[in-house]
Design a binder for this molecule. Structure first.
Ligand code: HPA
Length: 281
């Protein structure tokens, strides 16, 4: 057998550490973004593993991003949930940023549900809105697939023509309609952060068709798409982007808006995951 690449080895080593703690086959992998960790209270927990207890695993340094895996059930749907993620701006490599998603794929999760807090660029959005991600712009951050391509991960040149799965989008829209939760749709652009954007940058992003901007998600979607996962995503619009509201941005405001959207966010994610659990992927 060919020698494992460094990245393959790290994924395999982490998988072994997780398997020592829990026997669990997730159907859905869920990443809870800034201030959205409250959803985890819905799960009947089988095992929790703080990232800090997994040797070599990236741990978040940001307030409001408490980092742990929660493996649990929503009704009878097995969900691998990340409460908090790490970001490129913390100084981790893109491979480390994408490690958790690759581990959840190797555990058997076929569906990846990504969530984040984001700045809204679309003029019709308001703080507290939920936006289903239809597509993304990745060109402002390094591609996580740069480097040797382990065939065990996926193909060298991956197709990106439909990253956000249409059946999952239908589930999200139907669930939102049934629960009477307004659901926006749009394009999410990832920047590196950690500084927020300038008004000129926001004008540029809007001219590119961006509806929401943030510092995560897209690279995870690229790695998961490479791994053959079916992907969907929700942004919680925590603020209007720089220059749109006349107020400076701050992290506390981002967290407070996420808190205020928590109830509908939780209901939408729970309803959608239950429906995902009923289908074969
Ligand atoms: N810009 C970038 N990232 C963000 C924002 C924003 O306005 N709000 C929440 N995350």
């Amino acid at each position: 057998m060919d020698k494992l690449t460094e990245v393959e080895k790290k994924v395999s080593d982490t998988l072994l550490l997780v398997k020592k703690r829990v026997t669990f086959s997730p159907k859905v992998a869920l990443v809870l973004g800034s201030g959205l960790g409250c959803f985890a209270d819905q799960l009947r927990i089988a095992e929790e593993i703080p990232y800090a207890e997994l040797e070599g695993f990236p741990t978040s340094t940001v307030a409001g991003h408490a980092g742990k895996f929660i493996f649990g059930y929503l009704d009878d749907v097995p969900v691998a949930c990340m409460k908090g993620r790490v970001h490129y701006y913390e100084g981790y490599s893109m491979n480390d940023v994408c490690l958790p998603v690759r581990v959840m794929a190797r555990m058997g999760a076929k569906v990846l549900f990504l969530t984040n807090a984001a700045g809204g660029l679309n003029e019709s959005f308001q703080a507290g809105d939920l936006m289903m991600i239809r597509d993304h712009v990745s060109i402002f951050v390094p591609n996580p697939l740069i480097g040797p391509n382990p065939e065990s991960f996926g193909t060298r040149f991956s197709d990106m023509s439909q990253v956000y799965n249409l059946e999952l989008q239908e589930i999200l829209k139907n669930t939102a309609r049934e629960l009477e939760i307004p659901l926006r749709e749009g394009v999410y652009t990832q920047l590196t952060g950690p500084s927020y954007e300038s008004p000129a940058e926001i004008r540029l992003l809007r001219s590119l068709g961006t509806d929401a901007v943030g510092m995560s998600t897209v690279v995870e979607a690229i790695a998961a798409n490479h791994a053959g996962m079916k992907i969907c995503g929700i942004s919680c619009i925590s603020n209007l982007a720089a220059g749109m509201s006349g107020k400076p941005l701050n992290h506390k405001e981002v967290q407070e808006a996420a808190d205020s959207a928590a109830k509908k966010f939780t209901a939408l994610v729970a309803g959608a995951i239950k429906e995902m659990g009923r289908r074969d992927w």
